[in-house]
Ligand binder design. Structure first.
Ligand code: FAD
Length: 304
């Protein structure tokens, strides 16, 4: 069977891996330059900084088993009931795929079902076809942006999902600088501050990701990088009397669809007539575990 998957986050790479093991011919399309999605890792020379999900918890037995397998493969390590990456969080996704089937830097804009075959095209007008099945694993506003004719009930369901946006500031320095001060950690401006240096045990390199409180982000309308940088720099100066720019390289980021705030109460969507599946973290949950479970269940219940 020829299958196209859109999106190479955990949902897309997991379902790719399961379908590929069954001998299907699977192609995975991703608009970014690598896999990972919101499990993104930045490379600063030879150093890794996890920019999206920094670490995570696993509750479901199937997800725990998956994570334990990744521990055996030296992709994850378990500490204090959480799973941390050993070689970058994006490896969780890239370890699941075969590069030959991976079309990176390929933003799909159109999906047409003609005579029961799926025909895809990207933003540069390049066409990919024909596929027997199409699996979409991207955030719902991005699905609704595609040029695709969805049945009315599916479109209405997707419209019910809501997200919150968050702003992060990634900072790094080639010397050891500690900003993990209780005053900063306890300040309500921040949701969390992640110490990457601690995770990877680097000498003479420190990096942190400061996650701004989403409510503040919304209230202050912080969406562009300059505003995010200025706001966080001023906050840190106010709290610690520290000028980040003097000591760190600084990278602000705005995650438009960071976290699901209202999900769909189904495990996935599958339309038999169209041979179309949709899975992701917006089914029965709002996190990495739900993206794993939704993709696994779609595979097991509809695609084997
Ligand atoms: C800063 C941050 C911190 C987080 N922290 C945690 C945490 O601590 N614990 C936890 O459990 N979860 C956390 N999450 C949430 C978690 O990262 C997500 O739930 C999970 O990664 C979603 O995976 P996914 O595969 O469903 O979607 P995504 O990772 O969003 O993957 C979708 C992919 O589709 C691609 N794409 C989109 N449109 C197109 C297109 N038209 N064509 C081709 N490709 C396309 C995107 O580039 C992306 O790579 C966090 C998220 C963020 C942003």
């Amino acid at each position: 069977m020829n299958i196209a998957i859109i999106g190479a986050g955990l949902s897309g790479t997991n379902i790719y891996n399961l379908l590929k093991k069954d001998g299907n011919d699977v192609k995975l399309f991703e608009k970014a330059r690598g896999s990972g999605g919101r499990c993104s890792t930045r490379y600063v020379n030879d150093k890794l900084i996890d920019h999206g999900t920094p670490y995570f918890h696993a509750k479901d037995k199937a997800f725990i088993n998956f994570c334990e397998q990744k521990v055996k493969e030296d992709i994850l390590v378990k500490k204090d009931n959480s799973y941390y990456p050993l070689k970058g969080m994006n490896k969780l996704c890239s370890s699941l795929l075969d590069k030959d089937d991976f079309y990176k830097n390929t933003k799909i804009v159109s999906c047409k079902n003609i005579d029961n075959k799926w025909h895809l095209s990207d933003e540069n007008g390049i066409s990919y076809h024909p596929f027997d099945k199409l699996i979409i694993t991207i955030p719902t506003p991005q699905i609704l942006d595609l040029n695709i004719e969805l049945p009315f009930n599916i479109e209405e369901k997707l419209k019910t999902v809501t997200y919150e946006s968050i702003a992060t500031l990634l900072i790094y320095s080639y010397t050891f600088k500690n900003i993990m001060n209780q005053k900063l950690l306890n300040d309500s401006s921040f949701n969390k501050i992640v110490d990457n240096s601690l995770k990877y045990d680097y000498e003479n390199f420190s990096s942190y990701v400061l996650h701004l409180n989403p409510t503040i982000c919304k209230e202050k309308n912080l969406t562009n990088k300059d505003d995010i940088k200025e706001y966080i720099e001023n906050k840190v100066y106010e709290i610690l009397n520290l000028k980040l720019e003097d000591d760190f390289h600084i990278m602000p980021h705005f995650w438009k669809y960071a976290n699901v705030t209202k999900s769909i109460d189904d495990k996935y969507i599958y339309d038999e007539k169209l041979s179309l599946g949709i899975c992701g973290d917006f089914f029965k949950g709002d996190n990495l575990e739900s993206s794993y479970l939704s993709s696994k269940r779609l595979y097991e219940e509809k695609l084997i």
